[in-house]
Design a protein around this ligand. Sequence first.
Ligand SMILES: Cc1ncc(C[n+]2csc(CCOP(=O)(O)OP(=O)(O)O)c2C)c(N)n1
Ligand SMILES: [Mg+2]
Length: 678
Amino acid sequence: MNSQAAALKPVAAVSERDMANAIRALAMDSVQKANSGHPGMPMGMADVATVLFSRFINIDPSAPNWPDRDRFVLSAGHGSMLQYALHYLLGYEDMPIEQLQRFRQLGSRTAGHPEYGHALGIETTTGPLGQGISTAVGMALAERMLAARHGADLVDHFTYAIAGDGCLQEGISHEAIDLAGHLKLARLIVFWDDNAISIDGPTSLSTSMDQPARFEAAGWHVQSVDGHDTEAVAAAIEAAQQSDRPSLIACRTVIGKGAPNLGGSEKTHGAPLGDAEIAATRENIGWACAPFEVPDDILFAWREIAERGQAARHTWEQRLAASPQREAFESAVAGALPDAVFEALGAFRKEHVEKATKVATRKASEMALGAINAATELTVGGSADLTHSNLTITKGMDRIAPGDYAGRYIHYGIREHGMAAAMNGIALHGGFVPYGGTFLCFADYARGAMRLSALMGQRVIYVMTHDSIGLGEDGPTHQPIEHLAMLRATPNLNVFRPADIIETAECWELALKSKNRPSVLVLSRQNLPMLRQAHSEKAHSDEPHIDENRSSQGAYVLREPAGHRAVTLIATGSEVEIAVAAAERLETEHGIAAAVVSMPCWELFEEQDAGTRKAVLGSAPRIAVEAAARLGWDRWIGDTGVFVGMTGFGASAPAPDLYRHFDITPEAVAAAALKLII
Ligand SMILES: Cc1ncc(C[n+]2csc(CCOP(=O)(O)OP(=O)(O)O)c2C)c(N)n1
Ligand SMILES: [Mg+2]
C-alpha cells in the first residue's frame, strides 16, 4: 500500500525512542570524529524522522530511484548527519558505517551538506537555507502533474521536507510557500524544526514571526506538535496526509536533545559536543554502545522499514507492467525527447534561413518553442509573471491551476527565486523538462537556485529576455550589465546568447540535449536580422549551413573575408549584427579584411580542442563586441585585444539612442579596428 494508507504500526519490539537514539548517537559521534559538523539538528529531529520513516515513508533503499517513491528533502541541510544516519540505518548500499566514520572527508559520500548524486537517495542538494523546501514544492507539483498524465496507479506519492528556522526565515521560503498554498499541493508535508535556536542564539534575537499564521495565510494546513511526542507526530502526519492543502507540522523540539548540559543551546548547532558531553549524553539517553555501533535489534528494526519499502516497490512494478501507460510513463521518466523535436527544429531552421526572418530572439524563441512543444509533451513552461514579455507560452498550452495539474504552463508569479527552485524540483522529480522565463536582470533574484541547478547538473532551461541596454526605455534598473559574467563564471552552466532566429533554434536544441547541465537562453527584446545565410554566401562558403548546428561548437566564423584576415570581430547576440556591419564598413571603406565570429556559447567553445578554437579565432588582432561588462572577454581577445561594450550602468532611452550613447556601433567598432591594426 502507498503511504497515504493508514499508518503502519511501529516495527518490531524495539521502541521508536531507541531507533531515534541510534540517530542521535551516530550524529554526535560522526561530528566528533570529523571535529566538524552540526549535531544539534539531527539530535533534535531524530524523533520526528524516526516516526516519519518507521510508520509512513515509502522508499526502497535497494531501488533508490524508483519513480513512485516518496521524496524526502532535508531542507535544513546542515543537519546532514540526520540523512546519513538514516541511510546507514536503512541499509543503503553506498552508506556503510565507514562512510559515517569519514564524515566530511575528501572523497567520502558523507559531504558536509547533502549533495545530489553524491550518495544514493539524496533527492536534492541542500545547505543554502530555504532551497530544500522550495525545491520540494517543485517536486510536489511534478508529482501532481505526472499523476494527471499517467494516473494514480503509477504516480501517488508524498514529498516530505524538514525545514529549520533558517529555511523559514529565508525570503525564498515565502515565494515557495505562497506558490504551494495557491496550487493546493496537498502531497507536500513540511516539518518545521521549531527549536527556536539558530547560530547566533535564540531566534527571538531576530524574528517575531508567527510562522503557523504565515503558512495559514498562504493556504496551508497547519498543526503544531511536541516534536518529541512520537504519537502526536504520527497523528499529525496522518492528518496532514488527509488534508487537501499542503501541510506544515510545526514540531517543537529541543536542539541537541539528549545532551544533558548543552541540549537547548545554540552551542550544539554547529560544533562537536566534546568527549565529556558525549559521554554524559550516552548516560542520559541510555546508549551503552561504543561509537558507530548500533545494537542488532535496533538495526534490524530500521532494516525492516527498507523491506517494507521494497515490497511496496514490487507491487508498484506489477502495476506498471500491467499498465497501458507503461511505455509513455517510462519514456517520460527517462526524460527522452522524441526525434520529432529535433526534426521540427531542423525544418524550422531551414524555413527561416530561406525566409531570412527578422525577429527579436525572444520572439524567435517563442517560435522555436512552438515547434518544440508541438513535438513533445515533456516540456513544461512558465514565467515569473512575464509570460508576454518572455514569450514562453505557446499554442495549446493549458495552465496549471489549483487542483488542476493536467496543463503544462506554470504561472510562477513574481517569484524568480521560487521559480528557479521549483524548476529544480520538477527536473529532479523526473518526467518533465522545465523551462521558465524572467528578465535577464532578475537572474540575480533567481541566483541561489540557479547555482544549484548547475551544481546538481539538472536540465533546467532559463529563458532570460531583455538582455541588454537594447531593452531601451525601462532603463538601468532593468538593463543587465554584469549578469553574463556572473552566469559565465558559474561552473556547469551553458549560457547561450544567440544572434538571430537560426542561432536561437540551435541553442534551444543544445539546451534540450544537455541532459546534465542547465542552460540560460539570453534573448533580445529588439528585432535582429537573420544573419546566417546572407553572410555565409557573401563569404563564398559552400552552403548556408542549415543542417549543421553551428552553435554546437560554441563559436564559429560567420563571415570570413576573402583574403588574409586583418582583424577578427567577435560578438554575441544583438551585437553580432553590429560586428557584421563594422566588417562590411572596414572592407568597403578601408579595404580591410575583417572576419566576424559569432560566439553564442563560451562554455561550448571552451570545450573544443585547441585547433578548432584557433581556426575560429585566427591569429589576427581581435575585437570583442558585447553590450555588457568586459569581465571575462580578455580570455578571448588576449592582451592586445579591444573590447567594445559597457563600462557602467545603462540609461533610460530608446535602444538606438543608447547604443549610440554608449558607443556600441559599427562606426565605433570599425574605428577601434583601424586604431588596432594601422
Ligand atoms: C542561505 C544561507 N545563509 C546562511 C547559512 C549559514 N547557516 C547555516 S545553518 C544556519 C542557522 C540555521 O538555523 P536553523 O535553521 O534554526 O538551524 P538549527 O540551529 O536549529 O539547527 C545558518 C545561518 C546557510 N547555510 N544558508
Ligand atoms: Mg533552529
